[in-house]
Design a protein around this ligand. Structure first.
Ligand code: DOR
Length: 441
C-alpha cells in the first residue's frame, strides 16, 4: 500500500511525503515514491502521524464486560487513532497471578483490534509472584497506592518496599493517599450528609492526598533504584518530583491524561459525575501547570486512563456511589488537537507524547515512530474537519461520552494497524486484528 502526499509529522520534522507499506511494515518514507503497483491512498492535505500508544486503559474484560470489552473498546480506540494499548489489571478476576496474565493474553488474541499488552497487578500478598514477572511478560507492574475501582489497594509499607526492591520490570503507580481521602470523605459527610456535591471531588481526593502518595512512590524508587512511571498526575505541586528532559535515560517518569489537560473543576457544574475520576480533575491552575509541564518535557507521556462505566452507574446521584472513570479513547487525540488549536500545545509535542515517548519509556519494539522497518501503525487526521461528537458515532459499549454535542477541530480519517487499514470512513474494519506488543529493555 502506498500513502501519497501526506503532511507527515514525525520525530520533530514536518514534510510532505509518501509512505510505502509492505508486509505490515513501513518499507520506505520519501518525498515521492513512484513505480509501484500498490494500492494508493491519497492523503493530500491530511496529517499523517504515528498511531497513539495509550499506556493506560481499562477495558473491563474479563468479568466487568457490561461496562466494556476488549473488542468494543479497541474498536473505539481505532476510531480515535490509537493503535496500541496497555491495559490495567483491575478486572475480575484481577490480573495478579502470572496464570491470569497469560489467560488475559489468550483472551485478547483474536479479539483485540489494536496492538495490546497487559499490566501485572500488585496486591498486598503477591510480592513473590511479582519478582518472577520477566521483561516481555507484562508492560509493567501496576500498584494502586490509592484505592480506586476494583479493591486493589496496596498499603502495607513492608510489601511496597519489597515490591520496589524486587520488581524486574518497571512499576507504574496510582498515587493517592487513602487515609487522607477517608478523612476528607468523613468531613464532607459531616457537612453535607449523603448530598455531597460532585464539585467536592477535587477536595476529597485532594492535592495533599496526591502529594503524599507520589512522594512515597518516588522515595521508594530512589531508594531501590526502581524504574518508576507515575500515572495520571493531577496537581502542580507534585511536579517538583519530576525532572525536565527526554524520556530516554530517566529512571522516574510521569504521565498526564487527556481529561486532566482538558477539563478543570469548573466543568463539574455541567458534567458532574460524568467527569468524576480518580485522581480527580483539579483546579484551573493545576490544569495550566500540567499543560506547561508537558510542553517543558517534565511530563513524559500523555495517556487516556479510559475507564468506562455504564450510563446508569454514572447517573447515580450519590457522590459516594457514582463510580469514577470516563470513556476517552475515541476522542483523546481530537481533544489534544483542540489544545493545539488553542495554542496551548504544539503539534510536535502532541506527537512525541502520544507515540515516540511512550515507545521509549516502555521499550516498545519497532513501534511509536514512522521509521523504515518499523510496523506501520499510522493515523491519518483531517485537520480541516471540525467534528461534533454524537452519541450514534460512539463505539464504546457504555454508549456515552462527556463530550457529546461538543465540536473538536479534527476528524480521524484512517487508522492503520500493522499495515492494514483498520478504521476508515467512520467504520472499523472487523477483520483486522492487533498483535501483542513486544518490549526490549
Ligand atoms: O477514575 C478511575 N477509574 N481511576 C482509576 O484509577 C480506576 C478507573 C476504573 O477502573 O474505573
Amino acid at each position: 500500500m502506498l500513502i501519497t502526499n501526506a503532511r507527515i509529522v514525525n520525530e520533530g520534522r514536518e514534510f510532505e511525503g509518501d509512505v510505502l507499506i509492505r508486509n505490515g511494515r513501513i518499507e520506505k518514507i520519501a518525498s515521492s515514491i513512484t513505480n509501484t503497483n500498490e494500492t494508493v491512498v491519497d492523503a493530500k492535505g491530511k496529517l499523517l502521524i504515528p498511531g497513539m500508544i495509550d499506556d493506560q486503559v481499562h477495558f473491563r474484560e474479563p468479568g466487568l464486560t457490561h461496562k466494556g470489552d476488549i473488542s468494543t473498546e479497541t474498536s473505539a480506540a481505532l476510531a480515535g487513532g490509537i493503535t496500541s494499548v496497555m491495559e490495567m489489571p483491575n478486572t475480575n478476576p484481577t490480573t495478579t497471578t502470572r496464570e491470569r496474565l497469560a489467560d488475559k493474553y489468550t483472551l485478547a488474541t483474536g479479539k483485540a483490534r489494536t496492538n495490546f499488552a497487559f499490566y501485572f497487578g500488585a496486591a498486598n500478598d503477591n510480592a513473590d509472584e511479582i519478582a518472577r514477572v520477566v521483561p516481555g511478560e507484562a508492560c509493567a507492574i501496576k500498584i494502586f497506592m490509592g484505592a480506586s475501582t476494583g479493591n486493589m489497594l496496596v498499603d502495607d509499607p513492608k510489601v511496597l518496599d519489597d515490591i520496589f526492591a524486587r520488581a524486574q520490570i518497571p512499576i507504574v503507580t496510582h498515587c493517592e493517599d487513602t487515609p487522607t481521602i477517608k478523612i476528607n470523605e468523613e468531613a464532607a459527610r459531616q457537612k453535607w450528609g449523603d448530598a455531597v456535591p460532585m464539585s467536592q471531588h477535587p477536595y476529597i481526593r485532594s492535592e495533599e492526598a496526591c502529594y503524599k502518595s507520589t512522594e512515597l512512590a518516588v522515595g521508594l524508587a530512589r531508594r531501590h533504584g526502581t524504574s518508576l512511571h507515575v500515572l495520571h498526575l493531577t496537581t502542580a505541586r507534585e511536579l517538583e518530583f519530576f525532572t525536565p528532559g527526554p524520556v530516554k535515560g530517566k529512571q522516574i517518569t510521569v504521565e498526564a491524561c487527556v481529561h486532566h489537560l482538558f477539563y478543570d473543576e469548573s466543568s463539574y457544574e455541567s458534567l458532574g459525575s460524568l467527569i468524576k475520576c480518580n485522581p480527580a480533575i483539579k483546579t484551573a491552575a493545576d490544569r495550566k501547570a500540567l499543560v506547561a509541564a508537558v510542553m517543558a518535557d517534565r511530563i513524559d507521556v500523555i495517556a487516556t486512563d479510559h475507564a468506562p462505566h455504564t450510563a446508569e452507574e454514572k447517573a447515580n446521584p450519590s457522590y459516594f456511589k457514582a463510580p469514577s472513570g470516563l470513556p476517552l479513547v475515541q476522542h483523546a487525540l481530537p481533544m489534544l488537537f483542540e489544545l493545539v488549536r488553542r495554542g496551548e500545545l504544539d503539534l510536535h509535542t502532541l506527537v512525541r507524547k502520544t507515540s515516540h515517548a511512550v515507545a521509549d519509556r516502555f521499550g516498545v519494539v519497532e513501534r511509536g515512530y514512522l521509521r523504515e522497518g518499523y510496523w506501520a501503525d499510522l493515523t491519518l487526521v483531517d485537520t480541516d474537519a471540525p467534528t461534533t461528537v454524537r452519541k450514534q458515532d460512539l463505539y464504546y459499549k457504555c454508549g456515552w461520552s462527556p463530550l457529546e454535542g461538543q465540536t473538536l477541530p479534527v476528524r480521524i480519517d484512517t487508522t492503520w494497524v500493522n499495515g492494514e487499514i483498520a478504521f476508515q470512513n467512520g467504520q472499523v474494519l472487523p477483520q483486522v486484528l492487533g498483535k501483542r506488543l513486544a518490549f526490549a529493555r
